[in-house]
Write a protein that binds this ligand. Sequence first.
Ligand code: IMP
Length: 181
Amino acid sequence: MAGQETFPPPFKTLFARTELDARIAELGAEITRDYQDKGEDLVLIGVLKGSVIFMADLCRAINLPLSMDFMGIASYGDDTKSSGVVQITSDLSKSIEGKHVLIVEDIIDTGLTAHYLFDNLATRHPASVKLCSLLHKPDRTERAVQIDYLGFSVPNKFVVGYGLDIAQKYRNLDFIGYVEE
Ligand code: IMP
């Protein structure tokens, strides 16, 4: 049809769905072991929107009676660079006081958003806060953050798919790819 773009565009595959599945199964087993005695009090907090696909698979790889909540974050800055000044566009639906919080992120890029989240959540008196991120781009670090559970490190390329977007598109790709320059 005239004007219709090919879908998906010719992204280079970085991680196929099978690789993502295998790594997420390992992360889930590790989290299950570490939170075994805290099960009822474990809350996964997904950061919208990039983490939703990862969150959906990760939560099913964890064998504990956890609960889930989401936080919407808008970052001020241009399309490719976060300024670290963020706005909460949608807040948690329940108190996390006394809970063991595991933040679930799609990617840690500069680290500025994760820093903001750690500071913000700490004011709500959780029992603990840890971070699980599917991806990390170490070359772009501006503020180092401790990633307690990491899927993969990635090169300094703009990655897309499996929740990650370019201008809100391609979150529904079943693999993680990048645009070849
Ligand atoms: P940070 O504050 O620079 O660590 O940026 C975090 C957010 O920027 C992530 O949660 C993503 O939503 C977005 N982001 C950073 N790098 C990429 C990328 O390569 N592809 C898609 N989104 C990205």
